[in-house]
Design a protein around this ligand. Sequence first.
Ligand SMILES: Nc1nc2c(c(=O)[nH]1)N[C@H]1C(S)=C(S)[C@@H](COP(=O)(O)OP(=O)(O)OC[C@H]3O[C@@H](n4cnc5c(=O)[nH]c(N)nc54)[C@H](O)[C@@H]3O)O[C@H]1N2
Ligand SMILES: Nc1nc2c(c(=O)[nH]1)N[C@H]1C(S)=C(S)[C@@H](COP(=O)(O)OP(=O)(O)OC[C@H]3O[C@@H](n4cnc5c(=O)[nH]c(N)nc54)[C@H](O)[C@@H]3O)O[C@H]1N2
Ligand code: SF4
Ligand SMILES: [Mo]
Length: 901
Amino acid sequence: MSARVATTCPYCGVGCGVLAGVDALGTVSVAGDPSHGSNHGRLCVKGAALAETVDLQGRLLHPKLRGPDGAFFRTGWDDALDRVADGFRRVIEQHGPDAVAFYVSGQLLTEDYYVVNKLAKGYLGTANIDTNSRLCMSSAVAGHKRAFGEDLVPGCYEDIDRAELIVLVGSNTAWCHPVVFQRIAAAKEAGARVVVIDPRFTATCESADLHLPVKPGTDVWLFNGLLSFLFQHGVMDASFVDAHTLGLAQALAAAENDAPEPAVVAKACGVQLSDLLAFYRLFARCEKTVTLFSQGVNQSSSGTDKVNSLINCHLLTGRIGKPGAGPFSITGQPNAMGGREVGGLANMLAAHMELHDPVHRDIVQSFWASPRMASQPGLKAVALFDAVLEGEVKALWIMGTNPVVSLPDADRVKRALNACEFVVCSDIIERTDTNVHAHVLLPALGWGEKDGTVTSSERRISRQRPFLPAPGEARADWRIVCDVAKRLGFVEGFEFETPQQIFVEHARLTSFRNHEACDDGLPAAPRVLNLGSMSALTPQGYANLAPVQWPVNEHGEGTQRVLSDGRFAHPDGRARFVATKARAPVHAPDAEFPLVLNTGRVRDHWHTMTRTGKSPRLAGHISEPYIDMHPHDALRSGVREGELARVQSRWGAMVARVRHGGDVLAGHVFVPIHWNDQFASDARVGGVVNPVVDPVSGEPEFKHTPVRIEPFPVRWYGFAFGRRFLPASELSYWTLIQGERFFRYELAHRERPGDCGAWARAWLGVNDPDADWLEYEDRTTGVYRAVHVLDDRIDACVFLSSRPDLPSRQWLSSLFARERLEDIDRAGLLIGEPPGAGVDTGPVVCSCFGVGRNTICEAIRKEGLDTTAKITATLRAGGNCGSCVPELQRLIAESRAATEA
Ligand SMILES: Nc1nc2c(c(=O)[nH]1)N[C@H]1C(S)=C(S)[C@@H](COP(=O)(O)OP(=O)(O)OC[C@H]3O[C@@H](n4cnc5c(=O)[nH]c(N)nc54)[C@H](O)[C@@H]3O)O[C@H]1N2
Ligand SMILES: Nc1nc2c(c(=O)[nH]1)N[C@H]1C(S)=C(S)[C@@H](COP(=O)(O)OP(=O)(O)OC[C@H]3O[C@@H](n4cnc5c(=O)[nH]c(N)nc54)[C@H](O)[C@@H]3O)O[C@H]1N2
Ligand code: SF4
Ligand SMILES: [Mo]
């Protein structure tokens, strides 16, 4: 084993430190970095499975061009870069700089982001550069700027350890920020109270003291009500409010208008008055309160107001920037924060400066010595793709994001890309729903290969370091951008040879003229984002850079908390209360679309699955897209659990399997965001989601779209396993996951084959009449099963039935890892389980040790296990990354309920 490299996990904004290495045989291993302040050695299941995602299958390894037939063919870098530069130059010459645009990603490194933003705003002269962070954090950014005068996260993870009360608003922390959740669980053990505010009963609620299942979109009522309640009960820090804030009277008036008394709030939010009061009293009582918030807050047509309404409560009580107290936006992507620091959004400039401020524009332009400077904010993500569709933007470069899946009204995005004259995509994977629309594909370095920095939720800058060689011809994103910039004639300004040189320039800009007047003539408060001494980092210093929280002082020391001294970044140094008015989501359900669609994440997948989709360990937890809904709504919609249904909105439709997970209230459905055309026939939920955005931040309303659910009638259901891809696209419904040496398909079709045997052989590609082919058919029940064995190994199988109740896939899938089938195995093949054993372990709960639901339930029952620690001691489940602990808690609770019933 070569020495392990200290790097950072490429998934969520927790920013866990990872030690990664590769041995002489090329086997990659990862472990949590005990010395990293974000995780102290812990990793969640996604981080722990990183080694399974760095192989080269499906990677984009060479620059490619799309031919007239739609197929991509290889070209050289020089040709590809010339084409990109020529394409952009031609459009700018004919139509001006605003006819080109960049759509980038919070998964880029700070250095990548810095150069592409510099190219667009300072050299091409357009602010048409936006990022998927618009879909993610932009409401938090806008809320921070309104309240604090700068996009600042005051606190740090340690505040969680010290809190008496932890409020989780619109955050499924247990699944989306699992290592932070482990800290919350530890704080709870030590006596902290936990309140979850979420319309769904999520894994995060399992261990909460209180869950408020608010009606979606009603958070402003809740926090306006809290502000009034606190004020009426004299729970405020009057000297803090007097000395350090403005605007309380207006904010209170607005709050009291919406929420004159708790009973009104309880009704508006659809929660029990007693629960609401319990929350308000806890908040009033606990000086040390941390309010963590995420997409249930941000992704809303009142997202920015939601952010400010909760910050108002922290300002009133002076609970900001203090140990154990503060509002805390937990970021989604690994570098959501870094992108903001270098101005990656269409309305920002680098180093937390503002595009609309002429002084800031001058600071940045003179620092860059650049030929021009964008003079007005550019198009935000949703509007940007509208402009592409309307032909106003004619050349588009997409980097590290998959908008055909992840934007709202995503079929429109697809049309926009089809209509666009020139589309460039930089990605690490060749085939994605977006890349198929590119004219030029540029292969980027991925995690483990690329080199630079990212910033976590708590402002901690950490290095991502390479430990794998660059595959094929892939190049770093920053280098690709610089190469195109040079071809456009901008040699000076893009002569970077290393990410260190870029980082140093970025650090210099953060302290350059950092005290100057802003456009309202008042003396400006210094920008808090100041990397000070980091501008002196040598290549060696950058190579060895230890994780550090900005701002960084002259001695290189970081800062755990900001805003602790009551000085804010508005010119007068005071924070602002923002008067927020509660309002309902823009589109209300009606007779035609009576249910509300909520969308979000599952524990073991990352976004559009280009990376987590490769990991067998991550495939087992939730292996198919689903529509979680209430049984009453299912009955009314004419659909049944386990069957397929269509989710239809005014914007589009998708198909998935109905499930009653017990998580959603009547009137709501939940669909995960991950599945797309590479993994399913028709499961892109982005196509269903409405394109309404928050008026301040431009962030889409991903959590609230009126829909109806309709049956998706089929004649047969089935599943299949193969060692190769199978021709599933000819069927009405299919979904795909990749396991240990197999591909698994869930299937359904409108027509039943006349001759199942002939169909199955043809479909599995088993043409040899002498093949080792096992088969069973019962025409009365519509059951058909076939297994193909090749050289004593299982090669493929297909199971069909007229109903969705098929045998467990668990045992069959395990056979693919075996080099040889025993006779006893063969006897079980057509049954789908080993004869007599009756061991269906059930769907995987603990992905680390592959422990199934049935195994756990049986052990709970038989051995009377009543704590998760006992389950771990008996079965190991939950003993590694801990991501499944909330589910183990649920299984214990369910078993208890069943015994008591
Ligand atoms: N496993 C996994 N983890 C991830 C990611 C991933 O893809 N997979 N992605 C990362 C990224 S980029 C992000 S942004 C984060 C997102 O992390 P989270 O925000 O925690 O995740 P989501 O599932 O999008 O949504 C959070 C919750 O908001 C709730 N919600 C919906 N509407 C409302 C409402 O009106 N009010 C309130 N209070 N709640 C509401 C939903 O029911 C949902 O449970 O996760 C990061 N971590
Ligand atoms: N309905 C609904 N939609 C949502 C959300 C929701 O809650 N509901 N959440 C939104 C949020 S918060 C987010 S953050 C977005 C995420 O949505 P996306 O950004 O579209 O999702 P990813 O799958 O992360 O896309 C990243 C792409 O970059 C590629 N990639 C990975 N590493 C690199 C690299 O180093 N360089 C380059 N050039 N490419 C790379 C990957 O292969 C992949 O194609 O989805 C948004 N969309
Ligand atoms: S919590 Fe998990 S996904 Fe997030 S950074 Fe840590 S290991 Fe990675
Ligand atoms: Mo995100």
